[in-house]
Design a protein around this ligand. Structure first.
Ligand SMILES: [Zn+2]
Length: 415
């Protein structure tokens, strides 16, 4: 049985890696093939130069992330079948033979540290080579590393207690531990959704109430028309890190906030900003956020129930290169390995998300005007150097947003 599971694991890693590499190469080929000509629908709004810049920027990013995918797979194999986890477990066992929960948490943290250290160089290259070259990077090296420290600190402060609770429940809560952990996990997530914008996000960015009064009045009128109440409109200093623009809703219940990146406000006029916000309100109206949360809770319940079963199977440990069964190893193996198996869900989630995007676009067309959203999209695609000619298969597999040409074609039918 362990051998069989090992073979299955290797096969799934190999297949998903092959699919990713194949899709990535297709995507680059498709983009380069269409590099010489701006697609008809954008011929008047996007210059050939901007189109080629987008082609080169996208290709460079895809190439880098292909390298990252290969490294990630290699690290996962080294950790599991390569025996690194087994070794980590033994090292901590020698240092801390008692205190099973603390030792378990340390084993998990060390493994997570190794796997995130391995992919860190890719983020560095993306920021300081690729984004820098295309003029998107506004980060200094010291900000990059300060961010890294802050993210690690926030991760430890928030994730640490949850990890202890998980290991403690696994140890002492009996056969139904996974159900209790699911309740704790769900409550923790709801709590985070509520407090993230107020407690956590300000540690990384500055949020200032929107100053532009005429724009503010307009946006508030739109929100009122759509029946949306929020705790205010904020401008975030996104330009501190990158030139990419965005807008989003954050928070939960009464703590909802609307956040605009300063870079977005700079690029779009009031009509376009209103259309972008109307699109975001569309997500709210169609309850996309709630549906997503419910789906995630459902998935985590299934996952935890599965972990409850797997932790009692010797083949689960041995098949993944771990000799001795333990709660922390079960949890760690599950955290590392389940994303590999979840890979097959990726195109389904992406397709579902694209349906949501179309719904939000339609709503925006009713509340604002289709042409305003089209203008905003064209500007955002151009200024973010997003490709207008993605490979259709790559896009179907990965993209949470439909390709620009399809979105705009659909928006034109509402006009
Ligand atoms: Zn959207």
């Amino acid at each position: 049985m362990p051998e069989l599971f090992t073979q299955l694991f290797i096969a799934v890693i190999a297949i998903s890696l092959a699919i990713r590499v194949w899709l990535g190469l297709r995507h680059i080929r498709h983009i380069q093939h269409n590099r010489q000509q701006v697609p008809q629908a954008f011929a008047e709004t996007i210059s050939l130069e901007a189109h080629q810049r987008a082609a080169d920027y996208t290709s460079a990013k895809v190439r880098l992330r292909l390298g990252e995918t290969v490294v990630e797979s290699a690290i996962l194999l080294a950790l599991t079948l390569g025996g690194v986890l087994q070794m980590l477990d033994q090292v901590w066992q020698q240092w801390l033979p008692e205190h099973e929960i603390i030792r378990g948490a340390l084993v998990i943290c060390s493994a997570m540290l190794i796997s995130s250290a391995a992919t860190l160089p890719f983020d560095y290259v993306q920021t300081f080579n690729i984004d820098e070259k295309f003029g998107f990077n506004n980060m200094s090296r010291s900000l990059f590393f300060t961010d890294l420290l802050k993210h690690t600190g926030i991760g430890l402060v928030l994730g640490g207690p949850i990890l202890f609770v998980a290991l403690w429940l696994m140890q002492s809560a009996g056969d139904w531990w996974w159900l209790y952990l699911w309740l704790v996990w769900s409550a923790f997530n709801l709590f985070m959704l509520a407090v993230y914008p107020i407690w956590i996000a300000p540690l990384l960015n500055k949020f200032t109430p929107m100053q532009d009064l005429s724009l503010k009045t307009r946006i508030e009128a739109l929100m009122q028309k759509c029946g949306f109440t929020s705790q205010g409109l904020f401008v975030m200093d996104g330009s501190k890190r990158s030139g990419h623009g965005n807008a989003y809703f954050t928070g939960f219940g009464k703590n909802k906030r609307v956040v605009f990146f300063d870079t977005l406000l700079e690029k779009l006029n009031a009509d376009e900003i209103e259309a972008v916000l109307a699109h975001e309100l569309g997500h709210f109206k169609h309850k996309h956020v709630i549906k997503r949360i419910v789906m995630m809770f459902g998935l985590s319940l299934l996952g935890l129930a599965l972990l409850g079963y797997l932790m009692k199977q010797d083949w689960f440990y041995q098949g993944l290169g771990v000799v001795q069964a333990s709660n922390h190893m079960a949890l760690l193996l599950f955290l590392l390995v389940s994303p590999v198996f979840m890979f097959i869900l990726r195109p389904l989630m992406a397709a579902y998300s694209r349906v949501n995007e179309f719904e939000a676009d339609q709503y925006a067309s009713q509340q604002s005007r289709p042409q305003y959203l089209i203008d905003a999209l064209v500007k955002l695609y151009r200024d973010n150097a997003s490709t207008l000619t993605p490979d259709p298969l790559h896009s179907a597999f990965y993209d949470s947003h439909p390709p620009a040409s399809l979105r705009i074609a659909k928006l034109q039918t509402y006009a």
